[in-house]
Design a protein around this ligand. Structure first.
Ligand code: ADP
Ligand code: MG
Length: 360
């Protein structure tokens, strides 16, 4: 039975803590209608610091309370800015999908924590909000991540399968989609996180803009080989990562440029190693997220996978808005009680719905 399409606004703030992504999507949680306008609102440095100070916390404390308030305020401001910029009235929205900000993700302890106050957001915007999209999965024994695969599956309906969609944020995750729509998804390893941290420490820049620093350096092959032997890559999915599980320490001692080159190649190697878990080889790799804006990384992924690598944007998607769109999609699925997670994506015992609804 076809249900009507809703206007869903998705809000995402990833572990890169670069800013809030806002994207509008028309969907009934299965079919996709028109894509609406998108906006990324960067965090000011002090907000970024406040949020990062809460990373790793497992109990509420002064740092997590300050970070939560900052995250909620930043999301309210980002939605208002999106509404003004694009001339879309908030009253036209049916629902907001609010991911929040992950500060700690420990699936082995059945613990994942996204900060951000859904009730406050719903009141401030006057729109119903769905948040806590990972909680039910984790409570049932799933990894609580990745959540985007069911949205990837909706996007690729007209493309040849099997194919892989890789989102390169702070952490990188892959969705493998089979000819029969079967899904396998997991975090591949580090994404931009270690590259960002290296650049901040060694080059005084928040990230390696257009991969320029990495392009000017040389990959340390010995370190790369050793990195590829990390036991995470051999572990069978389901599996997911905290932002802090992989860092930049394995590049220590290298020059700024060689370190950036080696870490970038490491992120690509980890993505390529994901293929050992695929039930069948893929016809192409579609890259989304901030990492798709890094040409050095894209080239490294092509080299490591020896496959056809394309960006999400080249398919007419908006690669930077993909995750935000996914949270709009998931919010509508939550309203309809449709599953968000599956045995093949998070290790959930059966397809599970989730999310918590906050009325304005
Ligand atoms: N032009 C660019 N060149 C290189 N890297 C980029 C560029 N634009 C974005 N990035 C990378 O993408 C990251 C943000 O990616 P994003 O998908 O928003 O991650 P997250 O979901 O973790 O917030 C930045 O921290 C940076 O590392
Ligand atoms: Mg981001």
């Amino acid at each position: 039975m076809a249900s009507s399409l809703l206007s869903a606004l998705g809000l995402m703030s990833g572990t890169s803590v670069d800013g809030v992504d806002v994207a509008l999507i028309e969907t009934d949680g299965e079919r996709l209608g028109a894509f609406g306008p998108v906006l990324t609102v960067a965090y000011p440095d002090d907000v970024r610091r406040t949020i990062r100070a809460a990373f790793g916390a497992e109990q509420p404390n002064a740092a997590t309370e300050a970070a939560e308030q900052a995250v909620t305020e930043a999301h309210v401001a980002a939605v208002r800015r999106w509404s003004e910029t694009h001339g879309v009235a908030l009253s036209s929205l049916d629902v907001v999908g609010f991911h929040g900000q992950t500060i700690t993700h420990r699936p082995e302890k059945h613990f994942t924590w996204q900060i951000g106050d859904g009730a406050v957001l719903a009141k401030a915007l006057g729109v119903r909000v769905v948040n806590d999209l990972r909680g039910a999965d984790v409570a049932a024994g799933g990894q609580g991540a990745p959540l985007v695969p069911i949205y990837h599956a909706a996007l690729v309906r007209n493309l040849p399968r099997p194919l892989a969609v890789v989102n390169v944020g702070g952490v990188a995750n892959v969705t493998w989609i089979g000819v029969d729509d079967s899904l396998l998804a997991f975090d591949t390893g580090p994404g931009n996180g270690p590259i960002d941290d290296w650049c901040a420490r060694r080059a005084g820049q928040r990230f390696d803009k257009d991969g320029a620093l990495a392009a000017s350096g040389k990959v340390d092959r010995t370190r790369l080989e050793r990195f590829g032997e990390h036991r995470y890559f051999a572990r069978k999915p389901p599996k997911s990562l905290d932002r802090g599980d992989f860092n930049e320490s394995w590049a220590e001692g290298l020059s700024a440029a060689d370190g950036a080159a080696t870490l970038t190649r490491g992120t690509a190697r980890a993505i390529a190693l994901a293929a050992r878990h695929f039930p069948a080889p893929v016809s192409q790799w579609v890259i989304s997220g901030g990492g798709a804006s890094n040409p050095t990384l894209l080239k490294a992924i092509a080299g490591e996978t020896r496959g056809r690598v394309v960006t999400a944007d080249s398919l007419g998607w908006n690669g930077d808005a993909l995750e935000a769109q996914a949270f709009g999609f998931l919010a509508v699925r939550s309203l309809r009680g449709l599953p968000l997670t599956f045995p093949g994506t998070t290790g959930a015992p059966q397809p599970l719905t989730g999310g918590r609804l906050h009325l304005p």
